[in-house]
Every structure is written in structure tokens, then in C-alpha cells.
Design a binder for this molecule. Structure first.
Ligand SMILES: Cc1ncc(COP(=O)(O)O)c(C=O)c1O
Length: 389
């Protein structure tokens, strides 16, 4: 087994040596001016990453699920109604979450591997006055990317807040809160929620939120909300002045987050988006040479991860266990797809070389399982498709 494990699950993603070194640095006081500078710089880069120049950003200890919760409880009151557009397991998660706060919920679901039909969305939006609509940018269970170009204008025409779950997309696919979709300044994303552990490339432990002015106003309009740690009003003074205290920040995680976002900025945000799209296409094309096809059609497939169906006769647990013994870790699939497909992340700071290594290891495993696989051909396709895109 190689001495370095290649973690190609849909998050957490491989952590670079620079980010690891940052984590291991001396823990300073959370009020130390040196630490305050790190947080201030991290928040500035977060604003740039999300295009959140008019609203507010929050980076807080917690995970993506807490970010989902904060997005909802800070904008929607008990008794108000939201529409959930679910393209899989993580879209579905908004339903019990919102219901546990007494929020009225309607859910539109696509078949796994497909997008929801925008006509259905339009028809549903016409039925009720929704306070907010949730969209999962990439549902990690299916590898389908939501179509923001269509959905943002549809939702905003109806006056609802547009809440985007970017956990499996932020820093890999454009999530620009300053972008006026269709050139209309009213058609903008209101909330982006995310986590540190996927395309940002930092270990799990920090949540990231961008709130538009309209989303902040929704919080201001509610006297009290059913949250304390998760109440953005308690965090706003800290985000404006990180030397202040509300709850102890995850000091070393901030060191890592600053280096992680600096890595994103050094690559260039648009270069990073382009690299992810090319890598996604290249990985899927290479896997197809092994007779493995992505659940999502290429037109809707995500740049960040793929859910890949096994060819006839390849058994899930045996494949993933043997692959892990070769130093390459991929994830199983969820719900009805369990055993039928595996999920491979191609996001964050993963490189083309990582996927050459993964394809080599997969070919070894498949050949041992009696399923012929040509590593040289797969790597050739990977390189060609990556260059072409
Ligand atoms: C799209 C999406 N949303 C939300 C979550 C939940 O995030 P966390 O596991 O960090 O709580 C995940 C986790 O994988 C996810 O992929």
C-alpha cells in the first residue's frame, strides 16, 4: 500500500501539506491581534469567493448541516412556507430540518440522476407565496448540478429568497452573490451555505455562509428565532470585528482556512472553476473506458463529484475494499443506489496525477476481479479530455 492515502470520496478532500502545517501551528489566543488579522483576511477572501460585497459573510465552527440550519432559521419563521427543490439525499435533508422548526414545507423531487423540470418549479411557485426556496447546487448523492441560470430568475420572480446549498460546490463552481442573472439586479442569490471540507480543501470543521441584504433583513424582521449559537445577530458583531467574543473560534481551523482560501485565490477563482469542469469531464470519460458510466448525463453532471454505476459483475464492497488496499479511497452510494454505484470526488486540491494513480489502481483491481481494464487507455483519455476542456 502506498504510504500516502488518496482520499477521493465526495469530501473531505485531500489536504495539502501547507494546510496541514497551518493546522499544526501554535494555538494563539483568539483575541491575539495576529489571530484577528487571520480572521479578518479570511473573511475578506470569503467575501470575494462568494461575491458577497453588499451582504454579510459568516465563518463559524460547525458543519454544512449547521449552515443549512442557520440559513433556514435566520430567514424563515414558524408557520411560513418554503419550497425545497431536491435532487437527492441532501436536498431531502431540508425537509425534516425545516419541519423541526415548525416551518411549512413543500418538496419537489427529481428522479435521482436528473434535474427537476423548471416547468414543475414554475407551476409550484404559482400555488403559494413561498418565503424561501432551497436549491442544492450539487447533490452529493447523485452528482447532478442544479441549473442556477434557470432557477435563480424563476424563484426571484416570485419574490422568494433563493437559498443555495453550496457544500459540494463552493470554490469549484461559480456561486457569485453579486451576479444579476439575466442582467436583472433583482435576480440574485440570497444565501450561500457551505462547509470547509470539500472544494475549499480544508478539513471538516468550519461552516461558511453568505447572506444578502435581503436575507439579513429577513432575520432583522423576526424579533426572536429558535437559535442562539446559530443566530446570525449574535455573530454579526464578531464578523465585523473579529477581536470581539461570542463563542471561542476554532483557532487552528482558521489558520487552515486562511491558507486554503489563499490557495484558491492564488489559483484564481475562474481558473479553479475551469479546472474542476475539465477534471469532472475527464474523470468520467476515463472511467467509461472501464465500462463504468455516470448516473448523471454529461449535460447535468457536476464538476465536483460523480456517482458511477458499476459494470455487470463488479461487486461494490469487494471493489472498494481492494481499491483502498491500493491506497485509493472512494465512497459507496446512498439509499437506493447503495451497492450499485460508487461516488468519486474530483474537487478541491486534487490533481490530474491523483487521478492517473487512481485509474491505475482501479485497473489493477478490476483485472484481478476478472473485469478487463486498460489503465494506459484510461489515462490517455483522462489527459486528452482534460486538455480539450
Ligand atoms: C450537498 C451537501 N449538503 C449538506 C451536507 C451536510 O454537510 P455536513 O456533513 O458538513 O454537515 C453535505 C455533506 O456531505 C452535502 O454534500
Amino acid at each position: 500500500m502506498p504510504n500516502k492515502e488518496l482520499l477521493l470520496i465526495p469530501g473531505p478532500t485531500p489536504v495539502t501539506d501547507e494546510i496541514k502545517a497551518a493546522l499544526a501551528a501554535e494555538t494563539w489566543s483568539h483575541t491575539d491581534p495576529r489571530f484577528v488579522r487571520i480572521v479578518t483576511h479570511s473573511l475578506e477572501m470569503t467575501r470575494d469567493l462568494l461575491g458577497c460585497h453588499e451582504g454579510e459573510v459568516f465563518v463559524i465552527a460547525g458543519t454544512g448541516t449547521l449552515a443549512m440550519e442557520m440559513a433556514i432559521v435566520n430567514t424563515v419563521a414558524a408557520g411560513e412556507r418554503i419550497l425545497i427543490l431536491s435532487q437527492g439525499f441532501f436536498g431531502d435533508r431540508f425537509e425534516p430540518l425545516a419541519k423541526s422548526f415548525g416551518i411549512e414545507v413543500d418538496v419537489l423531487r427529481s428522479e435521482w440522476g436528473q434535474r427537476i423540470d423548471p416547468k414543475e418549479v414554475q407551476a409550484q411557485l404559482a400555488k403559494h407565496q413561498y418565503k424561501a426556496v432551497t436549491v442544492t447546487h450539487v447533490d452529493t448523492s447523485t452528482g447532478v448540478e442544479a441549473d442556477l441560470e434557470t432557477l435563480v430568475p424563476l424563484v426571484k420572480q416570485h419574490g422568494a429568497l433563493f437559498i443555495l446549498d453550496g457544500v459540494c460546490a463552493t470554490a469549484a463552481i461559480e456561486e457569485d452573490m453579486s451576479k444579476a442573472y439575466q442582467g436583472n439586479p433583482d435576480y440574485k442569490i440570497d444565501v450561500v451555505l457551505s462547509g470547509s471540507q470539500k472544494a475549499i480543501g480544508v478539513p471538516p470543521g468550519l461552516l461558511v455562509l453568505g447572506f444578502s441584504r435581503q436575507a439579513v433583513a429577513a432575520r432583522e424582521a423576526m424579533e426572536r428565532i429558535p437559535a442562539y449559537y446559530g443566530d446570525i445577530k449574535n455573530w454579526l458583531p464578531i464578523m465585523h470585528n473579529p477581536g470581539k467574543y461570542f463563542a471561542t473560534p476554532a483557532v487552528n481551523m482558521f489558520y487552515a482556512y486562511e491558507v486554503g482560501l489563499q490557495t484558491v485565490m492564488d489559483e484564481g477563482i475562474t481558473n479553479r472553476y475551469r479546472r474542476h469542469r475539465a477534471l469532472g469531464r475527464a474523470v468520467r470519460a476515463a472511467l467509461a473506458t472501464f465500462g463504468m458510466t455516470a448516473l448523471a448525463a454529461e449535460a447535468v453532471a457536476a464538476p465536483t463529484l460523480s456517482c458511477v454505476l458499476y459494470p455487470e459483475g463488479v461487486e461494490d464492497a469487494a471493489f472498494r475494499t481492494a481499491l483502498a488496499e491500493q491506497g485509493v479511497v472512494v465512497a459507496g452510494s446512498l439509499a437506493g443506489l447503495a451497492g450499485k454505484a460508487f461516488r468519486i470526488g474530483h474537487m478541491g486540491n486534487t490533481t490530474l496525477d491523483d487521478f492517473k494513480q487512481a485509474l491505475q489502481a482501479m485497473a489493477t483491481v478490476l483485472n484481478k476481479m476478472g473485469h478487463p481494464a486498460d489503465a494506459t487507455k484510461a489515462i490517455g483519455v483522462l489527459e486528452r479530455v482534460f486538455q480539450e476542456n
